[in-house]
Write a new protein. Sequence first.
Lengths: 280, 293, 351
Amino acid sequence: MVEKKGISYWFTHVVLSIGVLIIIFPVWLAFVASTVTNEEIIHPPIPLIPGGEIFKNYSRALTESFETSVPVGLMLFNTTIVALGIALGKIVISFSSAFAIVFFQFPFRKLCFWLIFFTLMLPVEVRILPTYEVVANIGLLNTYSGLIFPLIASATATFLFRQFFLTVPNEIIEAAKIDGAKPMRFFIDVLIPISRVNIAALFVIMFIFGWNQYLWPILMTTDPSMSTIIMGVDMMIGGSDDVTTWPVVMAASILSMLPPIIVVLSMQKLFIRGLTDSDK
Amino acid sequence: MKRQIYFKGWFLPVVLITPQLVISAIFFFYPAGKAIWWSLFNPDPFGLSTKFVGFSNFIYLFEDPYYLNSFKTTAVFSIWVTVLSMGLALLLAVLTDRLIKSAGVYQTLFIWPYAVAPAISGVLWMFMFDTQVGLFSWYLGLMGWKWDHLLNDTQAMAIVVVAATWSRISYNYLFFLAGLQSIPKSIIEASAIDGAKFWKRFITIIIPLLSPVSFFLFVMNSVYAFFDTFGVIHTITKGGPEQTTMILVYKVYSDGFVGLDLGSSSAQSVVLLFIVGLLTIIQFKYIEKKVHY
Amino acid sequence: MSDLLMRDIYKNFGETKVIHGINIEINDGEFIVILGPSGCGKSTLLRMIAGLETVTSGEIFINNIKVNDVEPMDRNIAMVFQNYALYPHMTVYNNMSYGLKIAGFSKKEIKERVNKASEMLQIKEYLERKPRELSGGQRQRVAMGRAIVRNPAVFLFDEPLSNLDAKLRIQMRLEIKSLQKKLGTTSLFVTHDQVEAMTLADRIIVMNEGVTEQIGTPLEVFETPKSIFVAQFIGSPAMNIIEGSACDGGYNLNDGTLIKCPNVKQKEVYIGIRPEDMVPDDNGDIRLKVNMPEPIGSTTIIHGELANSKIPLIVHMQGLHNILDLNQFINFSVPLEKIHFFDKKTGLRIN
């Protein structure tokens, strides 16, 4: 209702602020932990304000190899390639498929549509073992391709583009036909430009999806130099006998979430649009 | 329904749709088929011998107390995560919606956790409750409650639920907020004129108008709890202690990759396939009436 | 030589038959308006000429070349759509030049043509703007500009003015007419608005339910409508159509009014009289009972009935008449040459 000054107004702000603090706390704590020495961590309670080791810890994280992992810098690089590969791959493939399905009539079109739909029911978690075997047989274990390809046939993106394409007014297609535009020309000169916002919105979602992949990278990278940062952070935490250098691990955690957070915040409107479109 | 205008020709569309079909075939359909095939056999992991066993893998599964327990665990886990993350998100969204000026600020503050991977969420919470270095486990220890989620089942379930919930609040928040903002102000004002106070308004108007969003979120959160929470389990408890946080998807991984029992793991995959299929059908039948052809 | 020829055109959409045999011959430089109600098939006809719909049977010739199987872009036509169909992401300049670019014209030639057309249409200052920054009328001009730069053999207009407000519509009507006169290009203009048809057309094709009711100049379709449909579609308020049976000296309307007519051939007819053709005459044969007068400025429309019956009658009188006494009676007469006779069964014109 209307925002009025008074008890309910302050109550709203208080509760929301508490909510913000609760949500932020785990990350804040991780950040603080990434700026102190290991000593301060293993003798709790750790302080709640950042310490002075920020430079040291982050550079260690980025450059040092540990027993069970490689430098965060390398992992960030890997993850960037994988996330970009997945996001761009999904978009290119789905955009093309949606174009084919909406604007043409070709034999077995209906069948293709339902086949693509069917892949919605096959998230990677349902097919981990056999997909692993396939990737191994093709020789793509421990490669970027192996990390990217099994995840880029997305039905959601195809459906999203299809939904959007169905709203393109018929007259524009007809005007293009009269202007002499062949289908591919229409695709490049008209369709892609008017889909810009949808593509960008989807890119944000897909990038985060690709960046945050965990199960699949764990399965198919045995070579630590191919690990992604999300799996890497966990790898850096030692077993019960190893001593974990917590500050560096926390620095790695912070680094692992920075790029997606930056993407979400800087493209907030597009992100929200992409999310509400792609899941509905 | 709009009558769609087409381009002529079949060669171009076939070329354009082939990549998706090929990748789907190689990495989706073929493995899915293989999983179904394997579920009917008892292969040994080295591929040296296989034995056709028909449905016995499935029968064994459903007689296996650990597997049935996994179902129960998954159900408990999903319900907790769904209820908590939806409830908290709804609260925050309703409060945000009441504001005009600062709504945008709060929205920004509440949506960034979406960018944090569930696996990282697991690491963060695990760090806070670690038996040796965790801040909260230390405080609890001071107050006389021993915290060890690696030994205590309830604590283990609690921590994974919290970590999964934390990770999911942003998503639900966004959708609830969008749903609330799409309720025409005129309806709210009309009900206020009719004399309904906030709580009454909330129950009789807002909740019903939010039911499509809620239903949608309910389905999506179930999918999330079933599949996307692998990272949370793996980083914190690895299914333990004693399989008390062994959700279905984790068991597939555990039995298959760790235990190397291909037949059982494949059978479990097939069961999961049915569950996803069911959820997908529900999603499209009741929510997205847009998949008409 | 005829610029556009349509011979025995039939069109089906699946099982549904929409066009049942149309024959049209259009001469070079003519402005033809295809007029008809919604769903009569006029847009379908236009789109078949454009090549956006296939022809089920029959032939279309543009400049003596059969174009049935020719792609739209190769037919040398240009089309102006009802919803303008401008590419939303392109500037006005690019919208207008897109077709020329694909056809391979040089940059110089394109610039010349676009400049010339945009001057003609007074949109030169908008060349770098996007469609969403323009008003409806401006967008319509851009759509026309896109058609003009192609120097086509035929212009096709698909109800281009329907989305504009009334005042703009009148203004654009005049501009289209003068533009066409200047360019001299054969034009086909589809509309459901008979006023547009009357003001724009050299000849009107009146269509109804997939067939042509009449092809003629505006004057012809107004003064000698070939069927009741045409008679009532053209002219506002619509022509009065009343049943009449033959009797001694003429025809009897149902209430006994005698319409004097020398040549009584058919027994049963429909008699058509335009509201504006009735003149107040104390000795007139037609007696009107006034129900509702509508003074609309310099004239008055009177809704009423034939005196002794419930047959509705509308009269359009000169002058402002504040008829205070409802239910009063006024007598009118009609000159014989202004009476239209239609066959009762077929609805076709007799005289």
